[in-house]
Design a protein around this ligand. Structure first.
Ligand code: ZN
Length: 409
């Protein structure tokens, strides 16, 4: 049984449906602003566009300045990179039940990437950078909130929106903002794209990004080869040892994904940088990984004239939905069913801010954005009609949360 009456429900669904063309245009406009994670000016332009879009919700709005981020560059130097700023919106912060909504503004496509424009693939499909991941989701989140605000139930709940600038690089700057919001939140809604068939993500692996800086000693390859200490060889041995950890623990994978080092081939190289990603399935896996990495590095560091330095770490704990989260999935499935949409919940090796929110103890659904696919590639696409379908799903979820149809305990 739901505390939501049919009239409030129908009004909200009709309001979202009327926004179909507007949402399509808003998504295109946002996707055509480049907002690669390290393109701070572009991310800030997206933030300004979103501040203008969300203004009709009449919420208290705060710009969250990003501190500079220290990054190990490919040449082995630590440099500060600046990121765009975040945006927080709060409405009725004193209401007894608080919903946290989150979506990122950045994309994986840098400013100089060839994939910059949106194009129509067919009547119901748009291709473009970030259309699915995650700009379409931001647009429908806004429409769903507007539908809530127009309804008589709005006063029953408060909400907080976080638009973060750095999800695609593991949320290094926004993780504390998410933790802070988690303390105030009863439930979380995150607008990552759903699976191409519309399914929601349930269990998610955890993830960490790491970099190894190998340092040796330069020497002329002809005259003084014996004096050199080859950093590329050191890095290679480390990466092979790391790759051999694959298969040693169920669900845990290691992916050396990038190397850079050396220069002229008549010089023994003194610097090399390697990057790798680790995925874990259980919370205990991270400590095991850290022990194994430390053992590899300690062994190699014992050699004369060579050193290895580990940077980075785990930023996303695995997401293992508990009973309250399972009931939240039940509510979403019920909302979907009433819209004629069958929602499946599937596990995934991917991860997002929903991992961090779950680790902070907040039940959440993190794939409430549009249907889309081939994300993180130049073939990224979204299904235009899912703006309405997903907007209605979110509006209905918000209304049913306001009607008291779910509680964390
Ligand atoms: Zn995303």
């Amino acid at each position: 049984m739901s505390g939501l009456d049919a009239r409030a429900r129908d009004d909200a669904l009709a309001f979202v449906a009327e926004g179909a063309d507007t949402m399509r245009a808003e998504t295109i406009a946002l996707a055509e602003i480049n907002s690669g994670s390290y393109h701070a000016a572009g991310v800030n332009r997206v933030r300004e566009a979103l501040a203008a879009l969300f203004a009709d919700l009449d919420a208290e709005s705060t710009v969250l300045p990003s501190p500079p981020l220290e990054v190990l560059d490919d040449d082995g130097a630590l440099r500060e990179r600046s990121l765009g700023d975040g945006l927080r919106l709060r409405k009725r912060p004193d209401a007894p039940f608080q919903v946290f909504l989150c979506g990122h503004m950045d994309t994986v496509f840098p400013k100089d990437h060839p994939f910059q424009a949106v194009r129509e693939i067919d009547g119901d499909t748009l291709g473009g950078p970030g259309v699915a991941d995650l700009k379409g989701g931001l647009v429908l989140m806004h429409r769903a909130l507007l539908a809530l605000e127009r309804s008589p139930l709005a006063g029953k709940i408060g909400w907080e929106v976080l638009l973060n600038p750095d999800e695609e690089i593991g949320s290094p700057v926004s993780a504390p903002w998410i933790r802070e919001a988690a303390e105030r939140a009863d439930v979380g809604l995150i607008y990552e794209p759903s699976f191409p068939d519309g399914s929601l993500a349930g269990r998610r692996k955890g993830s960490g990004n790491f970099a190894l800086l190998a340092a040796g000693r330069a020497a002329h390859a002809g005259r003084e080869h014996h004096l050199g200490r080859n950093a590329i060889r050191l890095l290679s041995e480390a990466l092979v040892a790391i790759d051999e950890l694959n298969g040693q623990r169920p669900g845990v994978t290691f992916n050396p994904g990038f190397v850079h080092g050396g220069g002229a081939v008549n010089i023994v190289p003194d610097t090399a940088v390697g990057r790798f990603n680790i995925r874990v399935e259980e919370p205990e896996d991270t400590a095991w990984c850290e022990r194994e990495l430390a053992a590899i590095i300690d062994t190699l560091n014992a050699r004369d004239g060579l050193s290895l330095e580990l940077h980075g770490g785990f930023t996303r704990p695995p997401k293992v939905p508990g009973p309250a989260n399972e009931r939240l999935f039940d509510l979403a499935r019920a909302c979907g069913a009433s819209l004629g949409v069958e929602l499946a919940v599937k596990p995934t090796g991917g991860c997002c801010d929903g991992n961090n929110l779950a680790a902070a103890g907040v039940p959440n659904i993190d794939t409430l954005g549009v249907h889309g696919g081939n994300i993180h590639s130049s073939d990224e696409w979204m299904r235009v009609s899912s703006l309405v379908e997903r907007g209605q799903l979110s509006a209905l979820l918000l209304l049913r949360l306001a009607a008291g149809d779910w509680s964390p305990a």
